[in-house]
Design a protein around this ligand. Structure first.
Ligand SMILES: Nc1ncnc2c1ncn2[C@@H]1O[C@H](COP(=O)(O)OP(=O)(O)OP(=O)(O)O)[C@@H](O)[C@H]1O
Ligand SMILES: [Mg+2]
Length: 326
């Protein structure tokens, strides 16, 4: 698949991205306006059409329906996500985003264990169950109240229809991913609360990645504004783990971020393909220099690249090249 053309080379020739590289993850970075989303949209389109790999775009700003020529657009309310699955470690997304303390996690596990996830019908009834727990001690009471406060965010303001506590989800997911020739765009920009948006987006990725790995189906996920999932301060654990583990399966992530110095190490170390548009901040330039070995003449070009131009490295290349994405 072509991503653009190689610059500074006569005759010019196409810069390629191979299917095998998709599943070893891609990082796209650059300052604002340097061309990250445009690049991701070209990749999404061609991966779907030419490589026949389904693509999910988690559309943070609601811009992909303007830049893609073909797509299927889904509003989060049309795809309510399952909060609980009954699987081990299932609280890790909620726990990362709501910064649950160990006692709060313990309480939540206790409530779910008592009743069984399939018996809890709605977010409200989950909250009621938390409320009804007998208070064993003062720490318990405090943790319970604060857990209740955190969870009540997703039952307010119409957010509760974004989530289902427990329902078999596979059918809904298979309906949206199977046999699709155009990217699936989920517009999360309609969710205004930042933690609810992060929770919905992270669960969406988790559910779809789990679905694809269980069925040994390929999938590419485009994650805009990746600092919301992969920042050093507040990483969403299951998404970090995906970067480490899913290359065993045919599931790849495309991570877009303006500032790579703010991202967890996994985001740099575990992305084999990197597309570096113009980077101007000293901190981020240092991070680029640490992550990719390139000649001095190359690194000095990075701040002055034009829109759409990028330093490109991928597994099939011996050393970084300069490209124009088109
Ligand atoms: N390779 C390209 N060829 C032609 N036009 C491009 C190219 N890349 C980007 N552009 C145009 O430049 C503008 C900015 O690009 P884009 O939105 O992709 O930047 P960005 O890096 O995602 O910015 P932000 O950080 O603000 O999201 C857009 O109008 C886009 O159409
Ligand atoms: Mg963008």
């Amino acid at each position: 698949m072509v991503v653009g053309r190689v610059l500074n080379h006569i005759p010019e020739y196409p810069a390629k991205l191979y299917k095998s590289a998709l599943f070893r993850h891609i990082l796209i970075t650059g300052t604002t306006g340097s061309g990250k989303s445009y690049t991701a949209s070209r990749i999404a389109e061609r991966v779907c059409r030419d490589l026949r790999v389904p693509v999910l775009v988690v559309d943070w700003h609601g811009e992909y329906s303007k830049v893609l020529s073909e797509y299927t657009l889904i509003e989060p309310r049309e795809l309510p996500l399952q909060l609980l699955t009954g699987e081990p470690g299932e609280l890790s997304v909620m726990s990362s985003i709501f910064e649950l303390t160990p006692p709060q996690e313990y309480i939540l596990e206790k409530v779910i264990g008592q009743k069984g996830p399939s018996k809890i019908k709605s977010v409200e009834s989950l909250l009621d169950l938390v409320e009804a727990l007998p208070e064993e001690s003062s720490w318990f009471r405090e943790s319970k109240l604060s857990l209740h406060r955190k969870l009540s965010l997703i039952s307010r303001g119409g957010y509760s229809d974004l989530f289902k506590v427990y329902n078999a989800q596979d059918e809904a997911l298979s309906g949206i991913v199977e046999g699709r020739r155009e990217p699936l765009v989920v517009d999360v920009s309609v969710i205004s609360d930042l933690s609810v948006k992060r929770l919905y987006a992270s669960l969406l990725v988790k559910r779809l990645v789990d679905y694809s790995t269980r069925r040994l189906k390929p999938l590419l996920v485009v994650l805009e504004e990746a600092q919301n999932y992969l920042s050093r301060q507040a990483p969403v654990k299951p998404i970090c783990e995906m970067l480490r583990e899913i290359r065993k399966f045919q599931v790849g992530l495309v991570i877009l971020a303006q500032s790579i110095s703010q991202l967890v190490e996994d985001a740099l170390a575990n992305t084999n393909t990197k597309i570096i548009h113009s980077v101007k901040s000293k901190q981020d330039l240092d991070a680029v220099e640490k992550t990719i070995y390139m000649d001095y003449s190359f690194i000095t070009l990075v701040p002055y690249l034009d829109v759409g131009e990028a330093v490109y490295t991928t597994i099939s290349l011996k050393k970084p090249i300069l490209i124009k994405v088109e």
